[in-house]
Design a protein around this ligand. Structure first.
Ligand code: GDP
Length: 459
């Protein structure tokens, strides 16, 4: 690692003032930083009480804990110092000021510590993503998934796949490059193709686990839709337990899609309040209608809200024609206004379109607890199979799909005739590049290493 590499430092803890602040320093001057601030370098990885001074004036800035993580056994793989200070503005400013005056030291850019960890091979790309997800996790299920990814659930799998792929490729390359050599066996292609086929099946199996892993990151999408004035915004607000949408007695005022993130039984649910879905001649409103339809169509569940007290209820049942979500529930709202005797007489036959039907009053809260309970159950069921899924981002899916496509092409080429080794090799290389992109470790040197390790060519 180049010693002219800048040393970076930053306040790594949250916004001051706070009880404690953590300042981290990473790079070749981290040791110097500790010496300048505390007068010495503590024993590696042992929290040590230290008095921090401004080396220019000798003034005491604070007393805190100093930690020293010499390379390579640090989070970034480089020399690192960590200071735990009192979290006041002036304390932090004083320490950052001293660090900024040390030659070769500068403030870190966003994500720069993690970037160094990646560059130094401490984390692969998927682990970097897992770390980002862990910090962003809002629910326990998201946290668990992010932690598994940080710890290599997908990265290690992808790396193992890639290694097997490179070995298969090495066989094919050896066959091509050294076909004249007496000690290179003829039948290298067969085992390579078997390995490629098995890999393909394993990757496909990981892909068919569904989009649950991606959904867990983003939240299950539940859209509240229905005719204008049915009480969608009122219900949305009640569910969100805050005034997030405009509730108005006039139809068509909720033009925009508004969303809130809910934690339902530990699972993330993104709730959308769509504009009143209906035809309109007004261009702005048409656009609102189009957007509402798109979001609702992409939702995992639609809560179709109708005014249950309205005279002609069947006029308010266009759910299936208007939205294409995988599941639709009917919410008969405003039951506080409904006439007591209408209950059994008015069940229209279209009700069979809905997986769940609930009478509620968004105004007084009747039925809302039951709705939340059912939503939590829906989320739980949806996510129950997800805990094992390794694909958590569209990026993973795309690269794995590319890998499979390349493997399919390699298998197709191999099936044609013996003379297609070059083409087979090319597709296997493409497959391994896609896998390498997944973890961020594309390196052609690997292929040569394997060739020379497994075959004593030129001995
Ligand atoms: P949206 O157009 O579907 O979003 O409907 P809003 O939420 O804006 O509600 C339309 C009107 O119905 C407002 O005046 C609400 O106060 C009223 N409203 C909503 N839910 C209920 C309910 O459960 N009972 C009664 N009585 N009025 C409601």
């Amino acid at each position: 690692m180049a010693t002219d590499r800048p040393t970076i430092f930053a306040l790594s803890s949250g916004r001051p003032p706070a009880a404690v602040a953590v300042v981290r320093v990473c790079g070749p001057q981290a040791r110097v930083a500790l010496e300048k601030l505390t007068g010495r370098v503590p024993e590696p990885r042992k929290a040590t009480l230290a008095r921090l001074r401004d080396p220019a004036s000798g003034d005491v800035i604070d007393e805190g804990l100093a930690l020293w993580f010499p390379a390579p056994r640090s989070e970034t793989g480089e020399d690192m110092a960590e200071l735990q200070l009192h979290g006041g503005h002036a304390v932090i400013a004083g320490v950052l000021d001293v660090l900024g005056k040390i030659e070769g030291c500068r403030l870190a850019e966003p994500g720069e510590f993690t970037r160094r960890a990646f560059e130094n091979g401490r984390l692969d790309l998927t682990a970097v993503e897992g770390l980002a997800d862990l910090i962003a996790a809002e629910t326990p299920a998201q946290r668990r998934q992010a932690f598994r990814q940080l710890k290599g659930l997908i990265g290690d799998r992808a790396e193992a796949w890639r290694r097997r792929l490179i070995e298969a490729l090495a066989l094919v390359e050896a066959r091509i490059d050294f076909s004249d050599e007496a000690d290179v066996p003829e039948n290298l292609i067969g085992p390579a193709i078997d390995a490629a086929r098995q890999l393909r099946d394993e990757i496909v199996a990981a892909l068919v686990q569904g989009r649950g892993g991606e959904r867990l990151r983003d939240g299950l999408v539940v859209a509240i839709a229905g005719p204008p004035n049915a009480g969608k915004s009122t219900l949305f607000n009640r569910l969100a337990r805050r005034e997030a949408a405009i509730v108005s007695p006039y139809a068509g005022t909720t033009r925009d899609v508004i969303e809130v993130h809910l934690d339902l039984g530990g699972y993330p649910v993104t709730l959308l309040d769509t504009a009143g879905i209906r035809e309109s001649a007004e261009p702005v409103e048409q656009e609102g209608v189009r957007r509402a339809r798109d979001r609702a169509a992409a939702a995992d569940l639609v809560l179709w809200v109708i005014d249950g007290s309205a005279a002609d209820r069947s006029a308010h049942h266009p759910a299936k024609n208007s939205v294409e979500a995988s599941a639709i529930w009917l919410i008969e709202n405003k039951i506080d206004l409904a006439k007591p005797c209408s209950e059994s007489a008015s069940k229209p036959e279209i009700d069979s379109e809905y997986q769940f039907i609930l009478s509620a009053s968004a105004i007084n809260g009747t039925g809302v607890d039951l709705l939340v309970e059912h939503l939590a159950g829906f989320a739980k069921e949806y996510f129950s199979a997800v805990e094992t899924s390794i694909v958590t981002r569209a990026r993973h899916r795309e690269l794995l799909e590319k890998t499979v496509a390349a493997l399919d092409r390699a298998l197709a080429e191999a099936a044609k005739s013996d003379e297609r080794e070059e083409l087979v090799a090319e597709e296997l290389r493409a497959a391994s590049t896609s896998l390498g992109r997944l973890t961020g470790r594309v390196d052609v040197e690997d292929i040569l290493d394997v060739i020379f390790r497994d075959f004593c060519i030129g001995k």
